[in-house]
Design a protein. Sequence first.
Lengths: 136, 170
Amino acid sequence: MAYSEKLIDHYENPRNIGSFDKTAGDVGTGLVGAPACGDVMKLQIKVGADGLIEDAKFKTFGCGSAIASSSLVTEWVKGKTIDEAEAIKNTDIARHLALPPVKIHCSVLAEDAIKAAIADYRAKAAKKDDKADAAE
Amino acid sequence: MDHFARLGLPAALDLDAAALDRAYFALQRQWHPDRFVSRSPEERARASAEAASLNEAYRTLKDPLSRAFYMAERAGVELPGDGKTIDDPDLLMEAMEAREALHDAETLEAVDTLAADARQDVRKALAGLASLFLANDRAAIRKTLLRLRYLDKFAEEARARRMNIERSTS
């Protein structure tokens, strides 16, 4: 099977591998898995005071397409608002990396991971607001 | 016909391996194509269909993990198929930490220790499943099977890691 140059590049030189402190208030963590293939993906965003995603990290145990999909997403979300990042579709990822049809599910995993990271960030932010209200 | 019924065995997770083999080999002789060479085309077709489903039943039930998945399907437990994702944090955190430990393991001994721990987890999970099937607790069965799938994947990755280490030290 022929893989695209972009896919191979992200697989061989993955961007933004690593972790942030998941307990930090400005960090959102998404942890998702695809049990059918045994893949597990962690994707984290760090949101600045201006509401823009200033950094992103990932750690993926899975096939090359899953690694490339998560690497690409961490690059894409940087500098975006969380609403913009939430609008990323798996089809955009699959098209950019020219994923073969049998690997489309890897891009679904990456989309679900960024959505989960955003949901986690929002839940934390809401909690912080509650605390601020309670303190008033 | 269900795989257990095909082999004339009770539908149980803790199937006796010797009884399974005996049932399979006896039926396999009964439906062997050599015994049907002089029969009508219909009978020959029937025998070869029986032999094929017998083989499938045996293959499915022989391996404890595959047997567990088959029993779950029979019990109507829905498992996520290809392209479906899950977000169970306990399960995924365990899988992530195990894979990180394997990634960091640099000696055969370290890999073997992790693999042995995982095998122990598989045995415990399978042992716990029997009572879940008796109670028909679908949610708990599903959770255990998802965990088993990750443990099985871990075993596969541990074998690959082992080969890599062997290759790089020889």
